[in-house]
Structures are given as C-alpha cells and as structure tokens.
Write a protein that binds this ligand. Structure first.
Ligand code: ADP
Ligand code: MG
Length: 704
C-alpha cells in the first residue's frame, strides 16, 4: 500500500481529536460528508473506527480447493477473457492455475483499459468471495492486481475490513486510516485513565492497541481478533465502558436535584382507552403501567427504561402513559428511530387517541416548508397533545407549549445525549419532562442495571396470551424454488409474507441492489401476486406508501432489507423468509422474526441459508429454531461467541457504543465501574476528556 504522510508543521502538537479529517490527503468536502455519516469528524474518530473483521490473505488458495461462500486469495493465470453480451454486459475472465480447478471473474463495470490489461497469459492475484455461477465457481468484482506489472501484489496478511458507507470503499478507508496511523506516530493520544487503574490490568497503551487493531502484525491470529479477546481490543472496550459508566453516574447524581411537573391525572382518559381496547392488559403490562403511573405522579422527572421482548405489548403501555400526561394538561411526545416506525405509531396510537378526541400529529425530516411550519405552530400552541416523530424532534425550532412526557422507542438507536436534548424541551421554569425509554433489546436484568445506570427499570416479562409460536426452519439455498412456492401458497390463502435480503459486505448500495433484483425475480416468478419493495434508499413518501399498502393488505409480499427490522406490526403477515441469515447476529434475526407471529394464525420463519454452513453457524441458527425467547437467545448467543465466528455487525445494544459491547464484554464491567468511581472521586480532571473522546462533545453535563 502506498503510504502518504499528511502535512503537518514541525512542532505541531495539536491533539488528534482537534485535527479535522479535512486535513488528510484526499479528503475534500464530499469525502468529509461521507465520513460524517460514519460518525467520523476528527483523526481520533477515524482511529476509533475499527475494522469489523479481517480478510485472511496470508495464503493463496489453489483453485481446486475453493469453496462456495469462502473469501479467498487466489493466484492464477488468465486462460481466456472476453466481453459477454446478455441481459447485462459483462467482462468475463477465466483463470487456471495448472491444477484441476477453474474460476471465472466477472465484472459488470469495466473500462477499455481493463479489457486490454486482462488478456490471456497474464498472472493475477485476486481476492474475493467465491460464488456458485451458472457454469462453475466465480468471483464478482474481486480486488485484483496484475503480477509483475510494476504493481505491487495484494497486501499479504490480515487485511482490515471497515464499516463502510456509500461512496467510501475499503480501499479509501484503508488509505485514510493509514494516514491517521502515521499521525499517531508523532503524537500519542492523551491518557484519560489514571495509571492506578491501568497498571494493574497490564493492557497495552492506547496507541499500541490502535496500531495493532488497524494493522495486525504478521504473527497476529485471526481468532483472537474476531473474537475481540485480544488485549488491544479489550484496552479500547474497557476505556469506553469506563467513559460510559462515569457519564451515567454523573447523570444520576444531577438527576437527584431536578424537578418535573407531577402528573397524577384523574384517570378519565385512560379508563376510556381501556374500555375501547379489544383486549385487556396482561398482569405484566399492568405492573409496569403501575410503576410508570407512580413515577409520573412525583415532582421529579421519571427516568425509566421499559424493557419487553418483541410483541410484548409496549405500545399500549406508552399510550396509557401519554394519556396520563394529557389528562394533566401536558403534551407527550413519542420518538421512533425511523420514519417507518414513526408512521406506524402515528397509525396505532393516533388511531386510539383520535377516538378519544385527542389530536396527534407527526413530525419527521420529510416535513418541509409550509407544512412543517404549520406542524410546528400546532405543536407550539399546544393543540397537538401527542406528537410522534423521528430525530427531527430534537431540533431547536421544535417548541412545545407544555411538554410533560418524552417516550423513546427502540432506544438503542439514540444516544444518551439525544435523550437529554428532548428532555430539556419540557416543563418550563427549570422543570424537565418525564422520560420513558422503551426497548426490545433482551439483556439480562443485572446487566441492564449497569448499562443503564441512570435509569429505573420496568420489564414486561410475559407475552400476551394466545400468541402462536413462530415455527422456524433453516432451508438451504438449493431449495429456493420450494420456498417460493411456500410464499405463493401462503398468499393464496390470504396471508402476507416478508422476504428479507440481508447485508452484503458492508455496502448499503449493494444490499439495496440485491433487494431490487430479488423483488424483480420474485415478481416474475410469482405473477399474480402483488409484490412491494422497501429498502434504505427508497425514501420518505414512497417507502411509506409501500408500507401502508402492505399494512392495508394491498400487497401480498414485501421484499425488504433489514430496514423493517424494528417495530413493524402487520398481524396478517405470517411468513418470513430471511436470506443469508448466517450473516446476521442472533439478536437481529430475532428482531426480524418478530415481524411475524403477531396475529392469530400460525407463523413461519424460513432461514434461507447459503450452503455449506460452518458448524458454529449451524449451531447459531439452531438456537433460533429452538426458542422464541429473546432473553434465552441473547444468553445462548453469548455462550457461543467464544467459538471464533464473525458475527453480524450490529450487535445487541452496540449502537450506542463505538467498540464495546456490554454483553460480550461483561467481564470488563466490574473493573470499569471501579475505574469510573476513581475518575469521579479522585481524578475529576480526566472526566471531561474521557467522556468527550467516547461520547462526543454533544453531551453537556452542566445542564443535565
Ligand atoms: P412491542 O412490545 O413489540 O412494541 P406491540 O405493542 O406492537 O409490541 O404489540 C404487539 C401486538 O400485540 C399488537 O398488535 C398489540 O395490539 C397486541 N397486544 C398488546 N397487548 C396485548 C394484550 N394484553 N392482549 C392481546 N394483544 C395485545
Ligand atoms: Mg414496538
């Protein structure tokens, strides 16, 4: 790899977090904007953006030994090459290595230079995923180098693979981290943990750890890295956990002194809602409703986490809490992580409240111009009693007349700092709004109490009665036709189905393309069925229209990426196909599967995997088949993690964290708690830089 060292003046001692990424070579406004999407603003952020996995390029695999699904380095000679015209024009390159095996490379995007360079007799090193093509094994758009053409070969050893984003590929990220590491040579990041904490743990320094994880030395073992057990990884996770713990402790302390409007309410609206519900609350729901009601009645802000597995019935609990605030003449706001979910809450909650004559409206990023101004006015005047929305609700221009309660759904998508911003909109005259945070993330109670040390905890620990268990089966890709027939049958019986396409590499674009292609093929195969498509690049109104049509039963089959994972509630949907489930974490698969089994009919989830599965992958899918309990899945998943498998990129609750995963890194928690104590009691000066490094400077503890 060509190494470039960014300009810096001699004697320049700016800290890494003070150097904006724009200072690096090849970072203009466009690249900077893309980096921002990954949460990267400074060189320090870039260094904390760790590889999710590594490609093993330490050994070239003979063509005859290649297996489908494997990522491999191959070194071979071009036997034949040519442009194939077909539905999609492509450049095909056949490789041989003197053995029995053969491999075809396929390029859909290529230039004339590439065509003339890739001619018979040329030797290549290439790295890519082996797929089953129509006529043997192939790699689509592999990374490659021509050997002996003045080009260096592919970097040997363990190559980092970073979380990427549209327009920022692995090669760019490797180049950028290379520059960041060069800067790291001349200025070690400031130490934010006291020596009394670090020394006994015997972990590497921050600089050593970063260097190791970004560019593992030749002797590094892949297993220790992917299992996140390597001391370098632990060093970073530990520091992040300390930062988190210290900030939560600090929050808890300041909360003791805050005031909020007491919202006891007369119960009239709540009684009217209960009378209209087609079901009665379960004892578990009644218990948490009672806990919340008692908190709201107090003159200090509630900070409560409501935990309940998918389908446990958190929405109605939220509705009752909102009504209690509204009974007292206050407004309530419910915030969801996506427009899709906000819209669904608007339908469900808005529908319930509408019958009681209470005005609900929603505000998201797509409300613009006059419409937005009107919505803002109705919120500010107090006409809107319940406001449902997305991140757009955080903005300063959103003002409430008398906000009493903030409810946040699927909290793991929002950071601590965002929660605080909304709370500050409440109360008036120094008073804050009450806060209820809902999550389906199944983490054991003791762990939740540590991770959310600033919150009280309520748990809905039983599902509503009469739920049909979801039958889950794993089916190999070779039986895809049968699976398609299953979809046809289910839909012929008036049911609806989801077909979920999962993450391909780390690219949202490719994932969306795959979903489009799948939708096209399924529509062709299942003529007569109404097929809809949603993915991350279909925005706003269009996506909503598709979702609304699916919810209304106007579509039979919904092809989607994992954007539908949280919260979507269509009880008539009773069949879900998940493609390549082996790519996802169990927690995520469980969330996805929770989209079915919400009505009275028996539901099925088919895990359409690409054979062959590794032993661990088989065991993991087996866990999903064996149980429908999110808690059990989380625990068994955890027990399996020592087994050397790369897991899905999004783990339970991990989104708030850059590096640590409280589940995986549980064993670090006691020491992290002690360290947080020490920072707060004896090393106050470290608190601010520590929290800024890990949580960003958006957190303003002075006002918390
Ligand atoms: P989640 O906790 O995942 O947000 P929801 O609130 O969406 O779950 O509830 C899932 C489904 O269960 C909804 O259709 C809801 O109307 C229904 N439901 C909620 N509580 C009960 C109950 N006590 N009895 C029967 N059905 C219920
Ligand atoms: Mg929900």
């Amino acid at each position: 790899m060509i190494q470039t060292v960014p300009d810096h003046k001699p004697g320049d001692t700016e800290a890494l977090d003070q150097i904006p990424v724009e200072r690096l070579h090849r970072v203009g406004p466009r690249v900077a904007e893309r980096l921002t999407r990954l949460g990267i603003h400074s060189v320090q952020d870039l260094l904390l953006h760790l590889p999710t996995r590594y490609q093993d390029r330490s050994r070239a695999v003979p063509l005859a030994e290649l297996r489908v699904g494997q990522e491999a380095l191959v070194e071979a000679e071009i036997g034949e090459a040519g442009i194939a015209l077909g539905r999609r024009r492509s450049l095909k390159v056949w490789l041989t290595d003197g053995g029995l095996g053969a491999l075809m490379l396929r390029f859909f995007h290529f230039g004339s230079q590439q065509v003339s360079a890739l001619r018979p007799g040329v030797r290549l090193s290439c790295y890519g995923e082996v797929r089953q093509g129509p006529r043997g094994l192939e790699m689509v758009h592999p990374e490659y180098r021509i050997q002996g053409a003045g080009q260096e070969g592919l970097e040997p050893g363990l190559t980092p693979v970073y979380p990427a984003t549209e327009g920022l590929n692995q090669a760019s990220l490797r180049g950028l981290t290379e520059q960041a590491l060069a800067l790291l040579e001349t200025r070690a990041p400031a130490e934010c943990l006291p020596a009394s904490v670090l020394d006994p743990l015997g972990l590497p320094t921050l600089s050593e750890a970063l260097r190791y994880l970004h560019r593992p030395p030749p002797e590094a073992t892949l297993e220790a890295l992917v299992e996140r057990r390597h001391p370098s990884f632990q060093r970073l996770a530990f520091e992040e956990l300390v930062a988190h713990q210290a900030s939560l402790r600090q929050l808890r302390e300041t909360q003791g002194t805050q005031v909020a409007p007491p919202l006891a309410g007369d119960g009239a609206l709540r009684a009217r809602l209960r009378a209209r519900l087609p079901f009665s609350l379960t004892p578990a729901q009644e218990r948490v409703v009672g806990e919340i009601a008692a908190d709201l009645a107090l003159p200090r802000p509630m900070h409560r986490l409501l935990q309940g597995d998918v389908g446990a019935g958190k929405t109605v609990v939220a509705a009752l809490a909102a009504l209690q605030a509204i009974e007292c003449g206050h407004q309530a706001v419910l915030m969801a992580p996506t427009e899709l979910l906000a819209e669904q809450h608007l339908r469900t909650l808005g529908g319930w409240l509408d019958e009681l004559g209470i005005t609900t409206l929603w505000l998201t990023g797509r409300h613009k111009g006059r419409e937005r101004a009107e919505l803002l006015a109705r919120i500010a005047s107090g006409e809107a009693r319940l406001v449902v929305g997305t991140h757009a609700l955080f903005q300063d221009e959103v003002r409430f007349a008398e906000l009493g309660l903030v409810i946040i759904d699927e909290q793991h998508r929002f950071g601590v700092h965002q929660r605080m911003r909304l709370r500050e909109k409440g109360g008036g005259e120094g008073a804050l709004a009450h806060q209820l945070i809902m999550t389906a993330t199944p983490i054991p109670r003791s762990l939740a109490m540590t991770m959310y040390a600033d919150l009280d905890l309520s748990v809905i620990d039983a599902l509503p009665p009469g739920r049909q268990a979801i039958t889950t089966v794993a089916v190999p890709d070779a039986r895809r036709d049968e699976v398609i027939e299953r979809v046809r049958e289910a839909c012929a019986q008036g049911r609806q189905a989801y077909w979920v396409c999962t993450l391909i590499e780390e690219s949202e674009v490719l994932e969306c393309q795959a979903a489009e292609e799948t939708a096209r093929q399924l529509a062709e195969r299942l003529s007569g069925l109404r097929v809809g498509l949603v993915h991350g690049r279909i925005r706003g109104a269009e996506r909503e229209a598709v979702m609304a049509a699916f919810a209304a039963g106007e579509l039979d089959l919904l092809v989607a990426t994992t954007v539908i994972e949280v919260g979507v509630d269509v009880p008539n949907a009773s069949l879900m196909i998940i493609e390549n489930p082996e790519r996802l974490g169990l927690a995520q698969l469980h969330q996805l599967r929770g989209r079915v089994g919400r009505g009275a009919v028996e539901s099925h989830c088919l895990l359409l995997y690409r054979a062959p599965l590794s032993a661990v992958a088989r065991e993991r899918l087996g866990i999903l088949r064996a149980t429908n309990s999110g808690f059990e899945i989380a625990e068994r998943d955890l027990a399996l993690r020592g087994a050397g498998e790369v897991l899905g990129t999004r783990q339970t609750g991990a989104v708030q964290f850059r590096i640590a995963d409280p589940l995986r890194d549980q064993q670090l928690l006691p020491a992290a708690q002690q360290a947080a104590d020490q920072v707060l009691s004896a090393h106050r000066g470290l608190f601010e830089p520590l929290v800024r490094r890990w949580l960003g400077d958006r957190v303003d503890y002075g006002r918390a």
